[in-house]
Design a binder for this molecule. Structure first.
Ligand code: ZN
Length: 270
């Protein structure tokens, strides 16, 4: 069963159109979660635990299920709160649409035949999105969100290792990846700081490097650094042009590199 299962093409667990609809719906729901994560993360409100219902930031009305249907609520209510008619930012439907597109992208790359490889990616996406938004707004990568990506990476590692019946090699590659990615980025950051006399790489970035190392394994270190470096350079130029600031958030470049390798780096299975 195990060997045969991973060889199945896309669409064989359920009929193909049904899988596409389900993944799109999952993407929208995760997109809605991503907006909540970014809203709360920027304000230092915990996203875990229960009891805190979503509310309108203008009139503070607690939102019902009708207000919270991803994308659909925004479209039906024409971008306004049902209670106070205040405008709801386009950022919410945009986030939901982007997350839906990303889920579909990873579905088309991985299919559902090896759920252990792709499901943790789906669930990591809202945290990665929130990290990008929060880093752009506050220049920090909150530990709890980075930790969530780390835990999902651990799940992915164990589930793919069991599916391929080889635990030791991928475990070693992941551990080595985490240590080397984290160590190299920390050393490089220290060196650049010493040479230029300015803070080069925040500790949040170093932690994300280590988490990326765990997900991707040692073999993708060079690619990860190249893509992050080039996209960081582009981001730095745009940032300086827009804000006039020299110091720019590096997290979005790291996350772009991470997501690109997950999508286009070929099979990461041992
Ligand atoms: Zn309102």
């Amino acid at each position: 069963m195990q060997g045969g299962l991973s060889a199945l093409p896309i669409g064989t667990i359920l009929p193909f159109p049904l899988e596409v609809i389900l993944i799109a719906a999952l993407g929208l729901i995760l997109g809605s979660f991503a907006t909540a994560l970014s809203y709360r993360g920027q304000r230092g409100i915990a996203w875990y635990g229960c009891g805190d219902r979503s509310f309108c930031p203008h009139c503070h009305h607690v939102l019902s299920i009708l207000d919270l249907l991803p994308l659909l609520s925004w479209l039906f209510l024409r971008g306004r709160c049902r209670h106070c008619r205040a405008h709801i930012s386009r950022f919410y439907p945009l986030t939901e649409t982007v997350l839906m597109a990303l889920c579909l992208l990873y579905y088309f790359v991985y299919g559902l035949s090896d759920p252990g490889a792709v499901v943790p990616i789906f669930f990591a996406l809202p945290f990665l999105w929130a990290l990008v938004v929060i880093d752009l707004r506050t220049k920090t990568l909150p530990d709890d969100l980075v930790l969530a990506v780390l835990i999902l990476g651990g799940f992915r590692l164990v589930s793919t290792a069991f599916a391929h019946e080889t635990l030791l090699a991928p475990l070693f590659s992941a551990m080595a990846g985490a240590v080397v990615f984290g160590g190299i980025s920390w050393a490089a950051g220290m060196l650049v700081s010493k040479v230029t006399g300015k803070a080069a790489l925040g500790f949040g970035d170093v932690k994300f490097f280590a988490v990326a190392g765990l997900w991707l394994g040692l073999s993708f270190l060079a690619w990860f650094c190249i893509i992050a470096g080039v996209s960081g350079l582009v981001l730095g130029v745009i940032w300086r042009w827009l804000t006039g600031e020299e110091r720019f958030p590096f997290g979005p470049a790291l996350i772009f590199s991470f997501c690109s390798i997950l999508a286009f780096g070929g099979s990461l299975s041992p």
